[in-house]
Design a protein. Structure first.
Length: 229
């Protein structure tokens, strides 16, 4: 059953690969905000590993020195290599990493819900962590699940196989069980597209208020290896 689920996701992303960059450009406002927020925590001399990199568009816009992107989809990796020849991309399953080097930052952006065994992936990532490595996980707020299904139904969002919807507690527990300590949780984006003035007010002002903040579309969980004394 697990293999069938993984194959379903693989088929989906292979099919999506040819026009994935064009699709992301349609929602440039949303993706630019994610990139801008991630870049706030990055520097140009850090090594970056992007897990589930897709066509590499997000990784290409992130700060960093050495950048490596991995993905399970051959078609996504082929597109990434064509579009971003200056970045290293590898066809690889995240729960069976074949990488000898270690990274300063590991990004898992909007893919954790598609992973068949999240804990296996997190445990696999430990082998590429330094003591000071930071992991940043981004994913959709579970409260948005019905709205995103409607967006798929009316064509505003690409249809995708059913994913796992996780709470902050779920993610933090999985990190803890895998030997990581979560140290920061951020929430962003009440309106994922650009409506002049309105998007700014809701995303930059109202979205930072305590009650409205928990309604944000994107969650960011930051973690580091648990170094035992």
């Amino acid at each position: 059953m697990i293999k069938n689920r993984k194959q379903k996701f693989l088929n989906h992303f292979n099919k999506l690969a040819s026009d994935y960059t064009k699709y992301k450009r349609r929602f440039g406002y949303y993706w630019r905000d994610i990139v801008a927020y991630l870049n706030y925590f990055l520097t140009n001399d850090q090594s970056i590993l992007d897990v589930g990199c897709g066509t590499g568009d997000t990784l290409s816009k992130l700060k960093g020195g050495k950048k490596v992107g991995i993905d399970i989809s051959p078609d996504m990796i082929n597109q990434a290599k064509k579009q971003h020849p200056d970045i290293e991309f590898r066809l690889m399953d995240a729960d069976n990493l074949r990488i000898d080097e270690k990274f300063d930052v590991i990004i898992i952006s909007n893919v954790i819900g598609y992973l068949e065994n999240i804990q296996d992936v997190l445990l696999s990532l430990k082998k590429v962590c330094k003591p000071q490595t930071r992991i940043i996980i981004t994913y959709y707020n579970v409260l948005w699940e019905p709205f995103l299904h409607v967006a798929e139904w009316i064509g505003l969002k690409k249809k995708s196989p059913r994913q796992n919807w996780l709470s902050v507690r779920d993610v933090k527990n999985l990190l803890y069980l895998s030997g990581f300590d979560s140290y920061r949780v951020s929430r962003r984006t009440l309106i994922p597209f650009n409506i002049p003035i309105i998007s700014f007010v809701f995303n930059k002002i109202i979205g930072r208020l305590p009650f409205f903040n928990i309604l944000s579309l994107n969650y960011f969980v930051f973690a580091r290896p648990n170094i035992k004394p």
